[in-house]
Design a protein around this ligand. Structure first.
Ligand code: PAN
Ligand code: ZN
Length: 191
């Protein structure tokens, strides 16, 4: 059945970059302690954690309507920093519904998206910064990385029923790591 506009929870939303909130929705925080095993240098991770369980990123999301063809919106704010020489990043995931694509729109800051195709295992590092758009195809694991010195804010738009599968990434992680070398981001093979 086709429903009217009144059935949508939101046709308009405000982005609050200070609070990291989208349309007044709650903000979920991810701290350093939530990313155990994700950073390449385990000793550096442990000593960073002992100093401070820093806030790495936050996500605020909304589903204006459910059903085939509907979309989900998520605002991400990823803070600047490093664990050893590896930049702060999100956990990264595949969509549970593998064919589900996603569009990222950069709102503030500078960084990258690390893409890794699940089948071909090809990797690609794509710039994500204010005013930039990244298309993440289906079957592609994606992780956001902040290489700047201010928060990297972005909006992600994807099918409402895409779902998040963190299992595969948590088990073997991405094949590449983005580290700082002489002040520049360099993509290396994971050791
Ligand atoms: C994004 C991500 C957000 C946080 O909204 O969920 O960047 O990253 P993790 O989910 O990997 O912790 C998205 O890609 N949603 O599908
Ligand atoms: Zn996603």
């Amino acid at each position: 059945m086709i429903k009217g506009l009144q059935s949508m929870s939101d046709l308009f939303s405000k982005i609050d970059l200070e609070k990291g909130s989208l349309g007044g929705r709650p903000v979920e925080n991810r701290y350093l302690s939530n990313l155990r095993g994700f950073f390449a240098n385990e000793d550096a991770y442990q000593s960073c954690l002992e100093q401070d369980n820093a806030l790495l990123y936050s996500v605020s999301s909304m589903t204006p309507a459910e059903g085939e063809g509907q979309l989900h919106l998520g605002l991400g704010v990823l803070y600047p920093g490093k664990v050893g020489d590896e930049y702060y990043m999100t956990k990264g995931h595949l969509h549970t519904k593998r064919e589900a694509a996603e569009v990222y729109v950069g709102l503030k800051g500078v960084g990258y998206m690390l893409l890794e195709h699940e089948v071909s295992q090809e990797s690609m590092l794509v710039s994500l910064a204010e005013g930039e758009v990244v298309y993440v195809p289906g079957y592609t694991a994606h992780r956001t990385i902040n290489t700047g010195d201010m928060p990297l804010a972005y909006l992600g738009i994807y099918p409402w029923d895409a779902g998040h599968d963190y299992g595969a990434i948590a088990e073997r992680n991405f094949l590449k790591v983005l580290v700082e070398r002489e002040g520049q981001p360099v993509l290396l093979d994971r050791q």
